[in-house]
Ligand binder design. Structure first.
Ligand code: FUM
Length: 303
C-alpha cells in the first residue's frame, strides 16, 4: 500500500489530511464517528487570549456550492484549551495544530508563550479571519504587518510556526514571502473569501454581520491557483485548503504544491469526508503504482 506520510516543517504527518480550524472544534464531536488517530492532524478552532462568544446570529448561510460564515472566533480561550481540551487531544495519536488568533500582536505573543512546552505539535498563526474587527485579516493584508506579527511570535516559540494567509489580497505571494522572511516554517492557505448574501424580500443581509467568509467547493479553483502561486514564491512548505471535498481535490492541491491539505466546509455536509478521502488517496496511488504520496507534491506540469 502506498505510503501517505508527509513531512512538513519538521513534523511527520501519517497522511496529509487535516480537518481545518473552525470546522472540527477540538475533535470531540467527531471522535464517535472514527478514531482521530486516522487523521494526519487536527487544526483546532482559532483561539484568542480570552473566551469569546463570537458574532450575533445568523452567522451561517448556505450559498451555491458553498457557505458563508461570520462566526467571529467564538472560542473558550487559550487557558481553557490547555487545561480541558489539550489533555484529551494529546491521547488521540495525531498531530495537534493550535490555531492562534490573537486580537493584538501582544495577545499573539502571550498565547504562543502559553503554548510553549505543551503537547501542541505546531502553531498555525491566523492572520486571516475576516470576521473580527481587531487582529485577523487586519494582520494579513499588508506584508509589513504580516511580517511583524510573524516575527513577534517566532521570537517566543520553538514550535514549528505555520502562518494562515488570507485570499482577500491583491498578491498573496507577497504576504507569503513576508512571513517566510520573518521566520515562518510553513504557510497555510486559503482562509475564506469575503462575501455577502442579501434576502431580496427583507432587503437585509442574511448574516447579522452583513458580510462573512465564503468557503466550500465554489472557492476551490481560487485556492488551487493561490497554492500554486505561493508554492512557487517561497521555499517553505505549503498547507493547502479551500473547498476541498474529494480525494481528487487533494491530489490537485498537492500537484499545485501543497504538502498537506485541510478539509473545512465539507465536514458540515459529510463528517466522514476525511476518512473517505484518505481511502480514495490510497486507492488512486496504488492503481498508479505511486509508492509515496510526497512524490506528487508540486508535480503539476504548467504549459
Ligand atoms: O469567524 C470565524 O471564527 C472565522 C475564523 C477564520 O476564518 O479564521
Amino acid at each position: 500500500m502506498a505510503d501517505l506520510s508527509v513531512k512538513m516543517a519538521g513534523v511527520t504527518f501519517k497522511n496529509p489530511i487535516i480537518p481545518a480550524s473552525g470546522s472540527f472544534g477540538f475533535g470531540r464531536e467527531y471522535e464517535h464517528l472514527y478514531p482521530l488517530s486516522s487523521l494526519g492532524g487536527i487544526s483546532v478552532k482559532g483561539m484568542t487570549l480570552h473566551q469569546r462568544d463570537g458574532n450575533p446570529p445568523p452567522r451561517i448561510a448556505e450559498t451555491p456550492a458553498g457557505m458563508l460564515n461570520s462566526v467571529g472566533l467564538q472560542n473558550p480561550g487559550i487557558d481553557y484549551f490547555l487545561e480541558h481540551e489539550l489533555p484529551n487531544l494529546a491521547t488521540k495519536g495525531t498531530i495537534i495544530i493550535a490555531n492562534v488568533a490573537g486580537s493584538t500582536v501582544e495577545d499573539c505573543i502571550e498565547i504562543a508563550s502559553k503554548i510553549e512546552g505543551t503537547a501542541v505539535d505546531m502553531i498555525e498563526l491566523n492572520i486571516s479571519c475576516p470576521n473580527v474587527k481587531e487582529g485577523g485579516v487586519a494582520f494579513g493584508t499588508r506584508p509589513q504587518m504580516a511580517g511583524d506579527v510573524t516575527k513577534a511570535v517566532r521570537d517566543v516559540t520553538t514550535k514549528p510556526l505555520m502562518v494562515k494567509l488570507s485570499p482577500n489580497v491583491t498578491d498573496i505571494a507577497e504576504i507569503a514571502r513576508a512571513v517566510e522572511a520573518n521566520g515562518a516554517d510553513a504557510v497555510s492557505l486559503i482562509n475564506t473569501l469575503l462575501g455577502m448574501k442579501i434576502d431580496i424580500n427583507s432587503r437585509r443581509p442574511v448574516l447579522k454581520n452583513n458580510v462573512g467568509g465564503l468557503s466550500g467547493p465554489a472557492v476551490f479553483p481560487i485556492a488551487v491557483r493561490m497554492v500554486w502561486q505561493v508554492a512557487n514564491a517561497v521555499s517553505i512548505p505549503v498547507c493547502g485548503m479551500g473547498g476541498v471535498s474529494r480525494y481528487e481535490d487533494v491530489i490537485e492541491m498537492m500537484l499545485a504544491g501543497a504538502s498537506t491539505v485541510q478539509i473545512g466546509a465539507a465536514l458540515f455536509t459529510n463528517p466522514t469526508a476525511p476518512i473517505e478521502i484518505i481511502n480514495g488517496l490510497t486507492n488512486w496511488l496504488d492503481e498508479r503504482g505511486i509508492k509515496n504520496i510526497s512524490d506528487i507534491i508540486g508535480g503539476v506540469k504548467p504549459w
